[in-house]
Design a protein. Structure first.
Length: 271
């Protein structure tokens, strides 16, 4: 079982292929297996890596201590440092995209490119945005505490599909591993507290691709223009036939779009 010790946790990870490193950061309540199709797709040209966040999968969270997106970004920094990875590409999905935003704003010179998928910025864009985000996150945390995560999971994913107007099918219980209730609550509360994170998006200087699903909820979609406007070197692409889990709903389009983006960032050598 490949893992690496970083500060207070031992991070579990999967790696395939050789070449420039690309790290896939999973969303809340998922683990490294969320990037299985991406590891397969990019291992022919890259060292493709997926890892488990603290409290997820095979990476423990000592004493089940609550954490923030800031802490998860520092976990990532420690992981990259211990692995000896040189200017990796980051691809963060949902909460993974929040982690990637924090990392890229703090360590822009330590990356070569950034992909933000199905995620939102920390700032509340309006009163409605505040109410919808906090209500949804706090309701999820409350339900998980009340009945336990492994019982709540089915309802949460059913509701997610309803928010996407039943246009998607990827949000299924077998796609998400079982986990301790306290760990699930910690993850949801970290997302709920993302608005307290201080990020200067304009400090993200690496080329950035912003992806979102065609059937994504307004909670995510309304943040796409903000991310695009504030990150200087960024482009946006809608993923057709996809919702909040765009890497699962349409992996072919998702992967090919990233590959094209990365190809366009490769400098042309001149004699």
């Amino acid at each position: 079982m490949p893992s690496i010790q970083t500060d207070d946790i031992e991070i579990y990870y999967k790696v395939r292929g050789t070449g420039p490193p690309i790290i896939f950061i999973p969303g809340a309540l998922s683990d490294h297996s969320a990037a299985t199709q991406q590891l397969q797709a990019f291992s022919d040209t890259h060292t493709a890596i997926a890892y488990d966040l603290r409290g997820h999968g095979n990476t423990p969270n000592p004493h089940h201590t609550p954490y923030s997106i800031d802490q998860l970004a520092e976990d990532l920094h420690a992981f990259i440092t211990e692995m000896g990875l040189d200017r990796p590409i980051l691809c963060g999905v949902s909460m993974g995209g929040m982690i990637a935003q924090v990392y890229a704003s703090r360590y822009p010179d330590q990356l070569s490119a950034l992909v933000l998928a199905d995620t939102f910025s920390p700032t509340f864009l309006s009163r409605r945005d505040r109410i919808e985000r906090l209500t949804l996150m706090n309701a999820m945390a409350g339900l998980i505490r009340l009945v336990g995560y492994n019982r709540a999971k089915g309802f949460i994913l059913w509701f997610g599909r309803k928010l996407e107007r039943n246009q998607t099918t990827a949000l299924q219980t077998d796609a998400f591993p079982d986990m301790d209730t306290v760990d699930a609550v910690n993850a949801v509360k970290a997302v709920a507290g993302f608005h307290t994170t201080d990020i200067n998006l304009s400090s993200i200087t690496v080329p950035t691709l912003i992806l979102y699903g065609e059937h994504e909820t307004s909670i995510i979609r309304r943040h796409v223009p903000t991310l695009s406007a504030q990150i200087p070197d960024s482009i946006v692409q809608e993923v057709p036939d996809a919702g909040h889990a765009s890497p699962w709903d349409n992996p072919e389009f998702f992967n090919s779009t990233i590959r094209t983006f990365l190809t366009n960032q490769t400098p042309i050598e001149t004699e």
